[in-house]
Design a protein around this ligand. Sequence first.
Ligand SMILES: [Zn+2]
Length: 303
Amino acid sequence: MKDQRAKEFARCAVALALALRETSGIGDTLEADVARGGNPFAPPPVARAEDPFAPSLAGSEGIFDQALTNGLAAIVAHEWPGEEKDKKGRVLYARQLLCVIEKHVTPGADGDLVIPDPRGDRPPPQSPADSNFHWRQLPALDTRIDARVLVDGLDVSQSARHARGTGGLERQHIDALLALDDHKSLRTMSEQHADRAWENAREEDRHSATRAAAFLELIGDDEAARRAEGVDNPNEYHPKHNPNGHDLDTCPICGYRTFCVQGLDIRGRVGFGQCLICTYIRSPDTADDEGYGEHLAWLDGKD
Ligand SMILES: [Zn+2]
């Protein structure tokens, strides 16, 4: 059961991510969206005409603060129950919540606060001899909190809210906010159609792999093995009834031969589709990317 705070975090974070994405090609700030009139948080036109910046940004800046406070409160409540509130039982402000996390977590080399995956490092699956796949490390479910960028986001949003400048959230602020969604207490963005919010195939793939790893953790190794035993291939090749079908392939995330291939990349090397056990999705774009990588490796090997 997801906490109400997690839902609030996801609702706000997705709205921001979508607003930011719509500005692509125009600029990195949300003002660009205001200028275009496409800002979902835009105020009535009168206010915009009077002051093109501060009041019109107030909505989205407020949403950033709200998303961050809810996300951090859910994380702190999960990791150190009770510390998300003050003595009177009120939820702390985002800055105070970051201080609580800083108190418990040592920053990594890059300055990020890292809450490690409770299951620790997991080895990549064993590579069967008959697979074309490049094995990869299972994505860690570590949560990376870039406190510096998040505090900066709060600073710019507060100056915008108090009309002290043009302010404006940038992509880095939203990215740091979205990164919180990897924490066990959140992971709600997919329920909020977050797939539309991911910028490119690689980011989408990373997210799909993280979701799949989280799903595997949820059902557990025994249940995954049991399900893998009885899997049927809904896209089984048949010369007459399903000439475009494919054999199941090995899933790069869970390691079972349960990846249902819907088609191949343009070089015919890597299949796209979905794993029937861990739900990992490899999109056609990702398959093209990986197929190209394999093609280059193959050319290298020929020399
Ligand atoms: Zn899988």
